[in-house]
Design a protein around this ligand. Structure first.
Ligand SMILES: C[S@@+](CC[C@H](N)C(=O)[O-])C[C@H]1O[C@@H](n2cnc3c(N)ncnc32)[C@H](O)[C@@H]1O
Length: 279
């Protein structure tokens, strides 16, 4: 697909160091737990919107000698992911720069197509899912997991963090994404005609000193150094001074002994219809 608006998609988080550092902490054990029981060595898997590739590497280790391909739009992020894969000697893993709307692979070339925290950033979510289904073989799997920012529960309450949650979502919608993607995943798969479907939800919960420090400091830094904050100012949703106040609130929250942050993540595991076995 080459529609002009798709080329201008705006990735809300951007690829600032504070964002990548946090994404690189993710593991296949957690982020693909809903998929792991279906995986077998030798399967071919595509990880769409793989980012820094920490999840992709875990999947490649499990599926060897099966080929795993990590795909993303960000060249710099992929360069770093490639260096890390080489350092670990993962010969069945490679990375490609491309868009989910136009996957550079023939029909039915993978056993599994997976996307973690990607659909929430896409303008054309139905088109993206159809393209992932295209490259999966009949009987193969499409696995998608996304957050739902409408479920944020945190403590202790701070009016600037409340304001951040509101401004963040408004900015995200204006960018064309869907911060409350989690609750809409079943509808997305239904619309694509995937009837063999398992939906599950899990909670990310930060409630130790290390976890709240990482989360709070990361959002303080992201607000001031990534496109997330810049765009909120550009759209007129917050001033620079208000971003500073939100960042200060996150820093204070990060070290509060009562700090807790939780929100849900919804996962969909869909089997592509096997034409040979359908009536
Ligand atoms: C929130 S990050 C998730 C990264 C990784 N999957 C993880 O969970 O750590 C979303 C990723 O999707 C990528 N992305 C956004 N739009 C995309 C598109 N149209 N095609 C491919 N990747 C895209 C971004 O560059 C970013 O690396």
């Amino acid at each position: 697909m080459t529609d002009e608006p798709l080329r201008h998609e705006k990735y809300t988080h951007g690829h600032a160091p504070a964002v990548l550092r946090q994404h690189a902490l993710r593991t296949a054990e957690e982020a693909a737990a809903f998929l792991l029981p279906e995986l077998r060595p030798g399967m071919r898997l595509l990880d769409v919107g793989c980012g820094p590739g920490s999840i992709t590497r875990g999947l490649a280790e499990r599926l060897a000698p099966g080929q795993v391909i990590g795909l993303d739009l960000s060249r710099e992020t992929l360069d770093a992911a490639r260096r890390e894969a080489t350092a670990r000697g993962l010969e069945n893993l490679r990375y490609e720069e491309a868009s989910v709307y136009d996957l550079p692979f023939p029909d039915a070339s993978f056993d599994v197509a997976y996307a973690h925290q990607v659909f929430q950033h896409l303008r054309e979510r139905g088109a993206a899912l159809r393209e992932m289904l295209r490259v999966v073989r009949p009987g193969g799997l499409v696995a998608v997991r996304d957050v739902d920012w409408g479920t944020v529960a945190y403590w202790p309450r701070d009016p600037w963090i409340d304001r951040f949650v509101e401004v963040h979502q408004r900015t995200w919608y204006q960018n064309g994404g869907e911060p409350q993607m989690g609750r809409q995943i079943r509808a997305l798969f239904n619309a694509a005609g995937v009837s063999d479907l398992q939906i599950t939800a899990t909670v990310w919960c930060y409630a130790t000193r290390t976890e709240t420090a990482e989360w709070g400091q990361s959002y303080a830094e992201r607000l001031l150094t990534s496109p997330m904050g810049e765009r909120a100012v550009e759209y007129g949703y917050a001033s620079r001074a208000e971003l500073e106040a939100m960042a200060a609130a996150f820093r204070a929250w990060a070290s509060h002994p009562d700090a807790l942050w939780a929100f849900i993540h919804v996962a969909a595991l869909g089997w592509k219809a096997n034409k040979a076995s359908s009536p």
